[in-house]
Design a binder for this molecule. Structure first.
Ligand SMILES: Nc1ncnc2c1ncn2[C@@H]1O[C@H](COP(=O)(O)OP(=O)(O)O)[C@@H](O)[C@H]1O
Ligand SMILES: [Mg+2]
Length: 357
C-alpha cells in the first residue's frame, strides 16, 4: 500500500507490535479454556486440586516441549487457578546468583515463579535454585575471599514453574527437584481447528469451518503458528476479498505466504533439501545439517526437527538423521529403494526395517 520505503517499514513495525498484543489476547485463561493436551490438563488439575485441598503450595512443575505449544499460557493458568500471582523471569536473565536472590526474596507465600528457558540458567543461579526449591531458603554470599560470609535467607513457600524446549539439556539435580513434568506435544488438526475458531471469535473474524480445517492442517501442530496464519489470512481476506475467510481465500492467502500443504516453512524445506540433496538422505548429524542450512544447531534441533520427525519426514537413528521416503516425495524426488517408509513418530530405538541395509 505505502509507496515509499519509509512508510512501508513503519507500517510493518506497527504490525509487529500489534501482533504481540493480539497473541496475548488469544491466550487461554483457565484450564477449561485450554484446548488440547488432555493428559497434561488432567494431570495438572490433580496436582493443583490436591494442593488446594491440603492448603499448601503444589510441587514444582516443569513443562517441556517445542515453542508455541502453550507452556507460557499454562504457567499463567496455573497461577490463576491457584489464585496467586505469577512472577516471570527467564534462564538467560538469571546470569548471577544475585539476580535470582532478588527475585526469590520478593516472593509472597504461594506465588508462582515462572522461569522460561530454564535450561539456560547460569550455574551459580542454578545452585542457589536447588536450595530454594528444596528448603525454601538461600545462602547469600557477602564479600569475597577469606572474609566472605554466607547469610541464610528465608524464602516464602512458592511453586516454581519451569519451561524448556530442551528438557535433555537440564542437569540431573535440577530435573530431580521438580515434582511433576508436563510434556506438551504437538496438537492434532481438529484441536487446532477449535483453537482457530476460538481465536476467530475473539478477533471478530469471519472464519468458515472448511477454511479453519485448511489453516489447521498447515499449522505444524502448533497453536502459535495457527494463530499467526489466521492473522495473515485475515489480512488477505480484508485486502483482496470481502473480509470473509472461505476455504479458497485461505488457500490463496497461504500460497502467497509460501506455506505448503503440510505447513512446512522455508527452514523446514531447506533442512529436508540439504538432507536429501547434499547428504543423499543421510544419516547425518544435526550440527552438520545446521551448518548446511546456515542455521543455529539449536533452532534446527528444537524447532524444525521435532516437527519433521512427527510428520514422518525425518527418522532419528543412532547414526544420525535419515530422510524417509516421504521426504524424498515431498521434494518431488523418487526415493531410493532403501529409504525408510516413514510415517508418524519413528523412534530412536526402533529404526524402521531396511534402514541399514
Ligand atoms: N491450548 C491452547 N488453546 C488456545 N490457544 C493456545 C493454546 N496453546 C497456545 N495457544 C496460543 O499460542 C500462543 C503461544 O503460546 P505460548 O503459551 O506462548 O507457547 P510457548 O510458551 O510454549 O512457546 C498463545 O499466545 C496462545 O494464543
Ligand atoms: Mg513461552
Amino acid at each position: 500500500m505505502g509507496d515509499s520505503a519509509g512508510l512501508e517499514s513503519s507500517v510493518t513495525a506497527n504490525f509487529v507490535a500489534a501482533d504481540s498484543d493480539i497473541e496475548a489476547s488469544l491466550r487461554p485463561t483457565s484450564l477449561t479454556d485450554f484446548i488440547g493436551q488432555p493428559r497434561v490438563r488432567e494431570q495438572l488439575q490433580l496436582v493443583l486440586t490436591g494442593a488446594k485441598l491440603r492448603g499448601g503450595t503444589p510441587d514444582h512443575i516443569l513443562m517441556s516441549g517445542p515453542p508455541g505449544l502453550g507452556k507460557t499460557s499454562m504457567a499463567m493458568i496455573i497461577a490463576s487457578e491457584l489464585g496467586t500471582s505469577l512472577r516471570l523471569t527467564s534462564g538467560p536473565a538469571l546470569e548471577r546468583a544475585g539476580d535470582l536472590a532478588a527475585m526469590l526474596s520478593n516472593l509472597v507465600e504461594g506465588d508462582v515463579l515462572f522461569i522460561d528457558e530454564i535450561h539456560r540458567i547460569a550455574r551459580p543461579a542454578e545452585e542457589m535454585l536447588y536450595l530454594a526449591m528444596e528448603d525454601f531458603r538461600v545462602d547469600v554470599v557477602v564479600g569475597k575471599g577469606p572474609g566472605a560470609t554466607s547469610i541464610p535467607l528465608e524464602v516464602a513457600p512458592f511453586t516454581l514453574v519451569g519451561a524448556t524446549t530442551r528438557s535433555g539439556a537440564l542437569t540431573g539435580p535440577l530435573r530431580d527437584r521438580f515434582g511433576f513434568t508436563a510434556h506438551m506435544d504437538f496438537y492434532d488438526p481438529p484441536e487446532l481447528q477449535r483453537i482457530l475458531l476460538r481465536s476467530a471469535g475473539i478477533l471478530g473474524v469471519d472464519l468458515g469451518e472448511e477454511a479453519s480445517a485448511e489453516i489447521a492442517g498447515r499449522s505444524r501442530g502448533t497453536p502459535r503458528i495457527a494463530n499467526r496464519l489466521l492473522r495473515r489470512v485475515r489480512d488477505y481476506a480484508d485486502v483482496r476479498a470481502d473480509g470473509v475467510i472461505t476455504r479458497d481465500v485461505a488457500r490463496a492467502a497461504l500460497a502467497v505466504y509460501d506455506v505448503d500443504q503440510l505447513g512446512l516453512d522455508r527452514l523446514d524445506r531447506s533442512v529436508l533439501s540439504a538432507l536429501v540433496r547434499s547428504f543423499g538422505g543421510g544419516p547425518v548429524g544435526v550440527s552438520t545439517l545446521a551448518v548446511a542450512v546456515g542455521e543455529e544447531p539449536g533452532t534446527v534441533e528444537e524447532v524444525c526437527e521435532p516437527f519433521l520427525v512427527r510428520a514422518g519426514m525425518i527418522a532419528r537413528t543412532p547414526r544420525g538423521r535419515v530422510a524417509t521416503a516421504a521426504a524424498w516425495e515431498q521434494l518431488g524426488l523418487t526415493p531410493p529403494p532403501e529409504a525408510a517408509a516413514g510415517g508418524i513418530d519413528v523412534r530412536v530405538n526402533e529404526p524402521p526395517q531396511g534402514l541399514f541395509d
